[in-house]
Structure formats: structure tokens, C-alpha cells
Ligand binder design. Structure first.
Ligand SMILES: [Zn+2]
Length: 146
């Protein structure tokens, strides 16, 4: 369904993600892809990830936002620290996004931003100036293209 080049890039980044998050052959983690339709997808050069660890990317993002909200509202510094230190470890959606950002070399067509979009793009990059329209289109999945 995708080019060898994209498959290799995904394999490398996903392996790093699995190692960092403590998964291996005996303790596996699922990553759920759905075929996309537009642009790079027509050429097999893009992939959309909708879930990791059996939980939707949109749910991981909701959990992330709730944790940020709790941290912002709590008066106790210690409680806030627990939240802000725990969520980046346990939130597999965010960790997958960061692993793809750190370890993947995604395409950047001339005049366009790096082809990694998801619900965390505005806060984490690589293209923080993502439009509202493009962000809304990627609230429930992560898009990468090579
Ligand atoms: Zn896509």
C-alpha cells in the first residue's frame, strides 16, 4: 500500500518508539493504519495512523488535554509535577507523535511544511503555524509522508 521508502522510514521510527516505550516481541503494541485518499496517499507516499495501543489518537489527545488542564488547575506544585511528569511517559499517542518527529525523516515538498501532522502539531511542531483547517483534519490521526 505504501512505497518501500515510506515503509522503511516508518519501520525505523516505530522500532525506536517501541524500544523507548518498553515494548518488544513478547510485549507487543499495536499501531493501526487506515488508507488515506488525498495528495501523497494516491502515490503510496503517505500513511495515516489512527490508533496506538488499542486507543484512538483522538482519545490520547483528549487524555493529554485533560492532564494539562488538571495540571494548570491544581494549586499543589507536587501534584502538578506528578501530572506533568506522568503524562509524557504514559500517553502513547503523544509518545508516538514525538518518536515520529524525532526519528522520522519526512518529506518537505518545496514551499510546503514538513509532512508530519497530527493533533499535537500546533504545540509540538514541526510546523506550529498549522492552519485551523489542517489541524481540524488531523485531530484523530497522525499523517506522515515520505
Ligand atoms: Zn494523511
Amino acid at each position: 500500500m505504501v512505497t518501500d521508502e515510506l515503509a522503511d522510514e516508518l519501520r525505523r521510527a516505530l522500532e525506536r518508539f517501541a524500544i523507548e516505550t518498553g515494548f518488544d516481541e513478547r510485549r507487543q503494541v499495536s499501531v493501526f493504519f487506515k488508507p488515506g485518499v488525498f495528495g501523497h496517499h494516491q502515490l503510496g507516499r503517505a500513511a495515516d495512523i489512527y490508533a496506538v495501543g488499542g486507543v484512538g489518537i483522538d482519545q490520547w489527545k483528549r487524555r493529554w488535554d485533560e492532564a494539562c488542564g488538571r495540571a494548570a488547575r491544581t494549586a499543589s506544585g507536587a501534584a502538578r509535577q506528578i501530572i506533568t511528569k506522568t503524562e509524557p511517559v504514559t500517553n502513547l499517542g503523544w509518545r508516538l507523535y514525538k518518536a515520529l518527529q524525532r526519528y522520522g525523516r519526512w518529506s518537505q515538498p518545496y514551499g510546503y511544511p514538513i509532512q508530519l501532522f497530527g493533533p499535537w502539531t500546533r504545540s509540538e511542531g514541526p510546523w506550529k503555524h498549522i492552519s485551523d483547517r489542517l489541524l481540524r483534519a488531523h485531530l484523530d490521526h497522525i499523517h506522515v509522508a515520505k
